[in-house]
Unconditional design. Sequence first.
Length: 466
Amino acid sequence: MAQSSTQDEARLDLKLRQLIIDRNWLELREQLSDLHAPDVADLIIALPAEEEAFVFRVLPKEFAADVFSYLPPDHQEGLIESLSNEQVRTVLEGMSPDDRTRLLEEMPAEVTRRLLATLSPDELRSARALLGYPEETAGRYMSPRYVTIRPEMTAQEALDHIRRTGRSKETLNVVYIVSAAGVLLEDIRLSSLVLADPAAKVTSIDDPPLVAVHATDDREEVLKLFEKYDRVALPVTDAQGHMLGVITVDDVLDVAEQEATEDIQKLGGMEALDAPYLNVGLFSMIRKRAGWLSALFLGEMLTATAMSYFEGEIAHAVVLALFVPLIISSGGNSGSQATSLIIRSLALRELRLRDWWRVFRREIVSGVMLGSLLGFIGFIRIVLWERLHLTEYGVHYMLVALTVWVALIGVVTFGTLAGSMLPFLLRRLNFDPATSSAPFVATLVDVTGLCIYFTVALLILHGTLL
């Protein structure tokens, strides 16, 4: 079935490509109108830049606005530059307010000014109202297109009202009971309204309790509410409870993707990018990466300080220096594993701050067992290489192997504990746990790992090599 579907898509792509080559715009319009907007957007993305505008212009007006919202920012900017002001105005007014707001945020300043200049007075007021809210708040993602009913209405009157006013609204799955003063009183699912007694007051219809967000709430809080209450839409209110708009689940999916992207970038040891990779300027990219790299570099300098402190031990037993990369990389890897696991569990709310002690106990056991396993492998490798005469570790090679084994237990255990506890500490201090990135944990463990390694060496090799 999947192969057949792929073949059908390939045949359709070839057919559409031939229509573009033949400049058969009428037939192309009919074919594209039968497709879903995301599929048409994918087709436009795959076209050469000089053909994108031709294909976009043949789309029906309402459908063109829908397709435009699925295009990436760089393609949107290219189309805007190739369209007339009237065509741009038509596209913008056909887009939902929340999609239009994100477009205005992502475009360069000159393009944004041109876009705003093409809007009608009503649409301009709506765009400016949405842009007036702080970035990454619910107000930036809400749409003012929603259906309201009055509390004195019956179910039948409410349905008649929805039929008259419901066209072009963001969603009809949920309607909102709003007082004459604009205060949100309750929300009600359309299915509950349809199944209710036609003569029943809308306020008496049984439905889940109201859940709403404030326009200034952070988008992460909005995302958590959608996940917790399993809603398809949530109303947005001001501090006095007046209804301002709605946020739908498709907007929240975009938020979830952006939040996950930011966390992944922070885990990589850099500031989160505020645009797609190719849309970020070179100097902006360097600035966002240089800060963390500089901090990590300064941290790694402590490694040189630690090695200089044990310079005498290294001079007496040069063989110890051979295993420094092995020791510090094992500790860094175990710390990176632990911090990635804990950060993700905190993000999914599988763990709470109060769970830190349970995690601490689990990670001590995990660290000792993992360190023992890696140490055993290292022990066998040193002994085997010495017995096979592949490498000469000296007459005290068994003690050297034991040193590596014990040191790995200590370093891996410390790395695991540091990687698992740092996210809890940052969350307790109201910082983003993702900032305890894997490179940061690795740098911390590098320094302490050297101290643990040479301390173990002093204890085990004292009187022999040292």
